[in-house]
Write a protein that binds this ligand. Sequence first.
Ligand code: HEC
Ligand code: HEC
Length: 223
Amino acid sequence: MRYWLPAVLVAGVVASTPALAQVNAQQLVTQGNGRGATACASCHQANGAGQAQAGFPRLAGINADYLVSQIEAFKNGTRKNPTMEPIAKALSPEEARAVATYFAQQKIPVPPAPQVSPEVLQRGERLATRGHWRDKNLPACIQCHGPNGEGVGVDFPMLAGQHASYIQAQLEAYKNGTRKSDPVALMRTVAEKLSAEDMQAVAAYFAGLPAGGPATAGKPAAK
Ligand code: HEC
Ligand code: HEC
């Protein structure tokens, strides 16, 4: 009797380990997990390109650890979104890691040409590369997000080639406080200094940059 219980436990662990270790990321992306996480591909596409008009962000080529941190943020409520919250909550940590790795490894799509005037684009470039120190004490975006918006490590996500509509929506979310996933309010401090015109301009600028620097976990740059 004394040895019976441990033996059952060991057998249980052995039986369940393969299931944990081998999350089928492809299947999860295209079919969901059957427990509330619907197929990521229906919104983000199987290649992670996302859908600009619908506000579904590109996930392809973005640092896997960053993607995991955002799934965590939807789970713990520091990031609010009625669509993503229930999906994130339905993912086990192993599944979150597997899908994040899958998307990080997808090829980064070539961004479409910007749909704004050259003046707006210039304003965006100025904000992105120089900030607005004199009146607003606003640092340049590239100081944190990398010289080409390619992202830096786990904490500073890639912006290059992300959909403008999504970048703009996130800047608004930081500004109005619905997104609080940024450590020590780094992005909220930046976003509160941006006007609606600033946001539109800087979003258009980053959306048009070819993505894929060495800091990304994915494939080499798609030029
Ligand atoms: C019904 C549409 C839909 C489905 C299905 C969906 N997502 Fe999302 N996802 C969104 C939307 C919308 C956002 C942007 C949320 C916001 O504005 O904060 C998002 C954002 C994200 C982000 C944050 C990206 C970033 O750059 O910060 C991650 C990570 C993510 N989704 C992963 C997933 C994964 C993994 C799955 C599948 C298990 C999935 N999503 C399924 C709509 C969807
Ligand atoms: C002081 C450092 C810093 C500066 C300067 C900065 N950012 Fe960020 N940014 C961050 C951090 C950290 C995050 C990730 C926060 C999180 O996890 O929510 C982030 C996230 C973002 C996101 C969300 C990306 C996603 O995939 O969801 C956008 C969009 C963004 N920044 C745009 C900008 C723009 C535009 C500027 C310049 C006007 C800028 N940032 C300047 C630190 C910075």
